[in-house]
Ligand binder design. Structure first.
Ligand code: BGC
Length: 394
C-alpha cells in the first residue's frame, strides 16, 4: 500500500457551463450559436446540475471523496453591469453548505472559461477594464460566500482562454492575433493578483490560487527554441505570477511534443484518447515538478487530471499511472495537497460537445439519470483508503 499524506484532498471537478444547463447569458452560449464557430453542438440543458446538485453531491460523498470542485457562473451572479443576483448567490451558498453537510470541501472556481455577454461586449479579456469588473465581482462573491468556501480558484486555465480565444480562434471571441493573446495574458494576471487579495481579505480564511493548463511540453531534436517560446506564453508567465499564492492548481491531460517547426502530432500508432491526445498519464508527474520549480515551491493541488474515453477500464489505468507519479513527487518532498479528477459527470466538452466522456458518472441526457461507472467506485475506494493498492477488480 502506498499511502498519501494525512488530509490529502480527493475530489472531482465540474464547471458551471459544462453541467448546469441554460447558461444563455455568457459568451460561450453565444459562441455555440454563432454560424461558422467550431462548435459541435450547443450546451442546452447540460446535466441540469443547477437543479440536481444535491443528488450529485450526495453521490460524490457516498463514493468516498472528500472534496468537490465546481465553478460559479458570473453571468448568473451579475447578469448585467452592476446588477447582482442575491438569489443566485444564495444558490451557490447552498451548494457550499450541501458539500459541507456531506463532508466535502467546496473548492470554488470564480471563472471557468465563461464570461457574461455584457463583459464580452465591452472588450472581454483584452480590455484592461475587465480586470476591474472581475475584481468587483469577486468582492461581491467573497462577501457572501467567503465563510463557506474551502479553497478558491480565481481563474480556471486563463492560459487556455487567452490562447484558444485570441490566437487559435477556437474559443470566443474567436480571434487569431498574437498581440491580443499577449494582452489577454496581461489582463488575466492583473485580475488574478488583485482578486487574490480580495478573497484573502475575507470573510473567512480561504486559500486562493489559480489553475493552469499544463501539458508535459517536450522538445524533440531541434525543437527546444520553439517549445520554450510557446511555453513562455502558455505557462511561464502564469507560473511566475503565481509565486507567493496559497497554492497552484495543476491541470494536465497529456504531453505535447515540439519539433523545429512547431507542435508535432502523436507518432503514428500512438495510443490516443477521444480528444486526440496521446495517452500519456506520466505527464502529470512532469508538470507537478515543473510547477513546483517555476513557482519556487508554491503548494500544488492537482485541480484537474483525467481522460476522455469510452472504455472505462482505460480511465482506471490512466489515473493509477498518474497517481503513481503524484506519489513519486511526494517522495521527493514536493508539497502536493490533493488530486481532483476531471470530471464527476460526463458533460459538455466545449467545442467537442457531448462526445468525449471524461466522467466517473454517466449521464443519460434524455432522462438525466446518473449511473456511476466502475472507475468511480475504484477511485472512491482509493480516496477512502488514502492509499493506492493494486485492487483493480472494480
Ligand atoms: C478544462 C475543462 C475541460 C477539460 C477536459 C480543461 O482544460 O478546464 O473545462 O473539460 O480540460 O478537456
Amino acid at each position: 500500500m502506498a499511502r498519501f499524506p494525512d488530509g490529502f484532498v480527493w475530489g472531482t471537478a465540474t464547471a458551471a457551463h459544462q453541467v448546469e444547463g441554460g447558461n444563455w447569458n455568457n459568451d460561450w452560449w453565444a459562441w455555440e450559436h454563432t454560424p461558422g464557430a467550431p462548435c459541435t453542438e450547443p450546451s442546452g440543458d447540460a446535466c441540469d446540475h443547477y437543479h440536481r446538485y444535491p443528488d450529485d453531491i450526495r453521490l460524490l460523498a457516498a463514493l468516498g471523496f472528500n472534496a468537490y470542485r465546481f465553478s460559479l457562473e458570473w453571468s448568473r451572479i451579475e447578469p448585467e453591469d452592476g446588477e447582482f443576483s442575491s438569489a443566485t448567490l444564495d444558490h451557490y451558498r447552498r451548494m457550499c453548505a450541501t458539500c459541507r453537510e456531506h463532508g466535502l470541501e467546496p473548492i470554488v472556481t470564480f471563472h471557468h472559461f465563461t464570461t457574461p455577454r455584457w463583459v464580452a461586449a465591452r472588450g472581454g479579456w483584452t480590455a484592461s477594464e475587465t480586470a476591474d469588473l472581475f475584481v468587483r465581482y469577486c468582492e461581491r462573491v467573497t462577501a457572501r460566500l467567503g465563510d463557506v468556501i474551502g479553497r478558491a480558484c480565481t481563474f480556471n486555465e486563463p492560459n487556455v482562454v487567452a490562447t484558444f480565444g485570441h490566437l487559435w480562434g477556437l474559443f470566443p471571441p474567436g480571434k487569431r492575433d498574437a498581440d491580443l493573446r499577449r494582452r489577454a495574458n496581461d489582463v488575466f494576471i492583473d485580475a488574478h493578483k488583485r482578486s487574490v487579495q480580495v478573497v484573502q481579505g475575507g470573510p473567512g480564511t480561504v486559500p486562493v490560487g489559480l489553475t493552469l493548463a499544463m501539458q508535459d511540453m517536450q522538445a524533440v531534436a531541434g525543437g527546444h527554441a520553439v517549445r520554450d517560446a510557446e511555453r513562455a506564453l502558455m505557462e511561464d508567465v502564469y507560473l511566475e505570477a503565481a509565486r507567493g499564492d496559497d497554492f497552484i492548481g495543476v491541470q494536465t491531460y497529456t504531453r505535447f511534443r515540439y519539433g523545429p517547426h512547431g507542435m508535432l502530432p502523436p507518432e503514428p500508432g500512438a495510443r490516443t484518447t477521444q480528444m486526440g491526445y496521446e495517452f500519456w498519464p506520466e505527464a502529470l508527474e512532469a508538470t507537478i515538478r515543473r510547477a513546483w520549480e517555476m513557482t519556487r515551491q508554491v503548494p500544488i493541488l492537482v485541480t484537474e487530471n483525467g481522460i476522455g474515453t469510452l472504455v472505462d477500464a482505460e480511465r482506471v489505468e490512466y489515473v493509477e499511472r498518474a497517481l503513481r507519479g503524484v506519489l513519486a513527487c511526494l517522495r521527493d518532498e514536493i508539497d502536493v495537497r490533493g488530486y481532483v479528477y476531471w470530471s464527476l459527470l460526463d458533460n459538455f466538452e466545449w467545442t467537442f460537445g457531448y462526445g468525449p466522456k471524461f466522467g466517473l458518472v454517466e449521464v443519460d441526457r434524455t432522462t438525466q439519470v446518473r449511473q456511476g461507472k466502475p472507475s468511480a467506485a475504484w477511485l472512491g475506494r482509493i480516496a477512502r483508503a488514502n492509499a493506492l493498492d493494486d485492487d483493480r477488480d472494480a
